[in-house]
Design a protein around this ligand. Structure first.
Ligand SMILES: C[S@@+](CC[C@H](N)C(=O)[O-])C[C@H]1O[C@@H](n2cnc3c(N)ncnc32)[C@H](O)[C@@H]1O
Length: 255
């Protein structure tokens, strides 16, 4: 569905039908997806420009250029990236994520965010990233698929497990859907996702802020995706908070 929102071609009839229903309930879905993807680009560029050269991206999605490694390696050619997703379709297309610069390296791990220990223990991760040094962990538009009340670790426990494994100086990047601006549309959209078998859970600003507990938020703190360090093009756009409907932030692990 996200690939279709972004104008990609790796989507199927069932995805397009479900998107049609979402668009009827929430016509700004495409705008929200674009604003989210643009936040990913800006946050990665910001972190790379501030010396981050290792990235762990969980909930990567179907490749859509520029992918995270293309943004990071355009600033730091030696950057190393591990991508993680649990969708077999993403696995099929993972080759497009493995087009690293010669100086850098990328790896793909087929795993579930619900089992963070298995992601951390994966041999591909060990071969690609040095967890003794800072890593930027990105969880963009994925935690809202970890619903409250599910079996296993809660979304906040998952994030805490990952945060604990990272060295001081590491970064946590999150974008996350919220019902704060349009509760009726968000509830309807959540129901459509659930009806097609995808658990979904919008969260409030306070619940999203709690993911960052103990880490230092980078300016401007928690912001709606298009308002997080916007560049000139973002400033010119007239997206409303209700259309973007996702909060985003970046925080750094203190020493
Ligand atoms: C909306 S896309 C976001 C893609 C990308 N992070 C971005 O923000 O542009 C969400 C991705 O998260 C993946 N995903 C959902 N639940 C997951 C889970 N439990 N473990 C790993 N990946 C998951 C989906 O397969 C999908 O590819």
């Amino acid at each position: 569905m996200y690939d279709y929102y972004l104008g990609g071609r790796t989507n199927f009839t069932a995805d397009r039908e479900a998107v049609g229903k979402v668009m009827a309930a929430f016509p700004a879905a495409l705008v929200a997806a674009r604003a989210n993807r643009d936040f990913m680009h800006r946050s990665v560029r910001y972190l790379a420009e501030h010396g981050m050269d290792q990235f762990l991206d969980i909930g990567t999605g179907i490749p859509t250029s520029p992918n995270l490694h293309e943004v990071a390696q355009s600033v730091t050619p030696g950057a190393r990236i591990v991508y993680v997703d649990n969708d077999p379709i993403v696995l099929t297309h993972a080759q497009a994520l493995l087009t690293s610069s010669p100086e850098g390296r990328t790896a793909y791990v087929h795993a579930d965010l619900g089992e963070p220990e298995s992601i951390l223990a994966s041999p591909e991760l060990a071969k690609t990233l040095d967890l003794g040094r800072p890593v930027a962990l990105s969880l963009n538009a994925v935690l809202h698929f970890i619903a409250d009340g599910r079996e296993g670790l809660s979304a906040h426990q998952i994030v805490d497990t990952l945060k604990d494994a990272l060295a001081p100086g590491s970064a946590l990047v999150i974008s996350h859907g919220t019902a704060d601006f349009s509760p009726v549309e968000a509830t309807e959209t959540t129901q459509i996702y659930r009806a097609v078998g995808t658990s979904a859970q919008p969260r409030s600003r306070k619940e999203i802020e709690a993911f960052f507990e103990g880490w230092d938020l980078v300016e401007p703190g928690i912001a709606v995706t298009h308002r997080w360090r916007p560049d000139e093009a973002d400033l010119l756009s007239d997206i409303s908070d209700a259309e973007a409907c996702c909060y985003a932030a970046v925080a750094i692990k203190p020493a």
